[in-house]
Write a new protein. Structure first.
Length: 267
């Protein structure tokens, strides 16, 4: 595991965007061999998306040969609903880059057959062999995608019911009205995420500190889904100083020291 500790949100966003750009460019994607990118929603990745858009507009990064799979979608919300993740991704990212529409994959929250939709999503991913880099956030309770505490660490794409804590956290996108937040979602599983070649989790703010503690210093436990990153050969957590508040001082010093010793090509 790599733990990247930056001073603030903006520095985390820039580091993450640079890593995405580096990963795509070094892969040398083609139409027959695209780079497959897993993406997430929420407030945390917005800065990263803005930096990636800037790179594209400057002519430094193309998404023409990139295929994307998003983590999740609310059940009952259509693509035109402003609170849907379809809308979020197009409004905040896809509409500003050169990715072909056929390369974008999102779960259908209006499907009448949840099982079929989830199986189809898994089959689509397998059709590209695997996801090269999966980017996600983490909840204060340690959930990744919508894999709430107690989720199977080998789970696949499926329907999940949201906890009150997650509904409370997401109500900020619904005018702080919890009653408007959908209570169930379609989400990729933890096994789906960890099948990726690399997994990068973004976490900023002191509300994420407990989750980062369990991810880095705790035991692997389904009550803290993010802890599964300890089992992944190429996992990265990008966080700010506030998100390390519950880590031991020695742990923070260790990871900062490791990053300082890396050569430029490794960074």
């Amino acid at each position: 595991m790599r733990l990247i500790i930056k001073n603030n949100y903006d520095e985390c966003s820039l580091w993450a965007a640079n890593y995405v750009a580096y990963s795509i460019k070094s892969f040398h994607p083609t139409p027959k061999k695209p780079f497959v990118l897993g993406l997430c929603t929420g407030s945390t990745p917005l800065g990263m998306y803005q930096e990636l858009i800037k790179m594209h507009k400057r002519g430094k990064l193309s998404f023409a040969n990139v295929v994307t799979f998003n983590m999740d979608e609310y059940i009952g919300l259509g693509p035109k609903d402003e609170q849907s993740y379809h809308y979020f991704m197009h409004h905040n990212f896809f509409d500003h880059i050169d990715i072909p529409k056929g390369n974008i994959h999102l779960l259908n929250g209006l499907t009448k057959d949840y099982v079929k939709e989830c199986q189809h999503y898994e089959e689509l991913i397998k059709g590209y062999d695997k996801i090269n880099l999966f980017i996600g956030g983490v909840g204060s309770d340690g959930h990744i995608a919508f894999n709430e505490p107690g989720s199977s660490l080998s789970s696949r794409t499926r329907v999940k019911t949201l906890t009150n804590e997650t509904i409370e956290a997401n109500s900020r996108f619904f005018n702080n009205d919890k009653s408007k937040v959908p209570t169930s979602v379609l989400t990729v599983g933890i096994g789906t995420i960890t099948d990726a070649d690399e997994v990068m989790i973004l976490a900023t703010g002191d509300k994420k500190a407990r989750a980062i503690h369990h991810a880095v210093e705790g035991s692997i436990n389904h009550m803290w889904p993010i802890s599964i990153l300890q089992m992944h050969q190429h996992s990265i957590i990008v966080c700010d100083d506030s998100a390390t508040n519950e880590l031991k001082a020695d742990t923070v010093r260790y990871f900062k020291d490791i990053e300082n010793k890396l050569c430029p090509s490794q960074k």
